[in-house]
Design a protein around this ligand. Structure first.
Ligand code: NDP
Ligand code: MG
Length: 389
């Protein structure tokens, strides 16, 4: 029996993870499931999978969670410290699928006690890639990518020598507005941005796909995860979302990872690694598919990509600043306080204002420094959005 914990169990990645676990319940002992506001779903899954504990991040929802779990034998807990305690429990495999920087600390806690951390929460690598890798090394934990592009790169690199890698190409669907005229982008609404042409994902990452902030985060994640020189990391728009990433080697070969847009592949790969097991994902019919297409990822349409380049070359704490500013700008867009195109302007301005606080690329940093950088960037983004200087 493998002991597993799922952070963000009520979200899109979390539900897909539980779907795979529920197909072979005899193989897994579910230690902890965590969620946020959706305690009804959390309680239902925790009971069905006989979890030891269900944790909601929202303290105020503890009575409701308790009531829903009454008599089930599943323990109920709430709040930030309960989330961290859940990470300390003895699961060997932990899914990190909370959205945003809130996912960083639970992941670090699991890594520090030697767990395998399946990492969907890309923000952890963007904010604190070095700290994540260092914590895994010191604690004996292992990091496995779950972001589809990074899982694809990881798989293409198995058995390869990193010295032979010339480049990594991360594909992008282009999101909801890839075919919109540029001048229309400023009037895009949150509802329009929250529809994805190919993937079914949480609201925040779907809007980040439309702005390409998601791809920007993924470029930084690629640099951090695989230790690549940013000059070797490319992106291309691939509207069909069938090729998730490609690795180019020094002999001219390009290894592409091709599959339907279903996160259960990358989740399942991380769940069963180092084995490959049958997964319930569609098998592609290439003839039916007919053709695959590619377009340049233009920085005037998607300024987030330019900002990602700046962050990759600045290093240090600029990733934490970038992510925090993006989270605040995204909240403001969702609430109707700023336009779609203002998000990138806000993040750009935060990075410019705080560049002297970002540290140097080679600086080591700890969690406390990441938390402070994140906080300062949130405050600064809030001031810029509110028009205060
Ligand atoms: P969702 O919004 O669908 O789910 C997020 C999960 O995190 C929910 O369980 C939510 O609880 C919980 N949560 C939200 N805020 C907090 C908080 N402050 N503290 C603790 N828990 C919280 O997101 P996704 O599943 O789409 O994405 C999760 C992560 O995976 C993100 O980092 C995303 O970038 C990454 N990812 C997602 C992909 C996808 O296909 N969805 C693909 C690749 C990466 P509740 O809903 O109960 O409030
Ligand atoms: Mg991805």
């Amino acid at each position: 029996m493998r002991r597993v914990t799922v952070f963000g169990a009520t979200g899109s990645i979390g539900r897909n993870t539980l779907d795979l676990i529920a197909r072979a319940p005899q193989e897994y002992e579910v230690v902890a499931l965590t969620g946020g506001r959706n305690v009804a779903q959390l309680a239902k899954d925790a009971k069905a999978l006989r979890a030891k504990v269900a944790v909601t991040a929202e303290e105020s929802l503890l009575p409701e969670l308790r009531a829903r779990l009454a008599g089930s034998g599943v323990e109920a807990a709430a709040g930030r410290s309960a989330l961290l305690e859940a990470a300390d429990r003895d699961a060997d495999w932990v899914m990190s699928a909370i959205v945003g920087a809130a996912g960083l600390e639970p992941g670090l806690r699991a890594l520090s006690r030697g767990a395998t951390l399946a990492l969907a929460n890309k923000e952890s690598m963007v904010c604190a890639g070095r700290l994540m890798l260092r914590t895994a090394r010191q604690g004996g934990g292992r990091l496995l990518p779950v972001d589809s592009e990074h899982s694809a790169v990881f798989q293409a690199l198995i058995g390869e020598d990193m010295a032979a890698v010339e480049r990594v190409i991360i594909t992008a669907s282009g999101g909801a507005f890839r075919d919109w005229p540029l001048e229309k982008l400023a009037s895009a609404t949150p509802a329009q941005a929250a529809t994805h042409p190919n993937w079914d994902m949480g609201q925040r990452i779907t809007i980040d796909s439309a702005s390409m902030f998601n791809k920007a985060l993924e470029l930084i994640e690629t640099k951090e995860f695989f230790g690549l020189d940013p000059a070797r990391i490319e992106t291309v728009v691939h509207p069909e979302s069938m090729i998730h990433a490609l690795v180019g080697f020094n002999d001219g070969a390009l290894m592409a990872h091709v599959g339907p847009p279903d996160m259960r592949h990358a989740i399942g790969f991380a769940l069963h690694y180092p084995e490959r097991r049958a997964l319930p994902v569609e098998r592609l019919d290439l003839v039916k598919l007919g053709s695959l297409s590619f377009r340049p990822a233009c920085e005037d349409r998607w300024p987030a990509l330019r900002l990602a380049r700046e962050v990759m070359s600045a290093g240090g704490l600029s990733g934490a600043q970038f992510n925090a500013a993006k989270e605040v700008a995204l909240d403001a867009f969702i609430d109707g306080r700023i336009r779609f195109t203002r998000m990138a302007e806000v993040v750009d301005e935060v990075l410019t204002r705080l560049s002297s606080n970002a540290g140097h690329i080679d600086d080591e940093f700890d969690l406390d420094m990441v938390v402070k950088a994140d906080h300062l960037a949130r405050v600064t983004a809030g001031e810029i959005i509110a028009g205060r200087t």
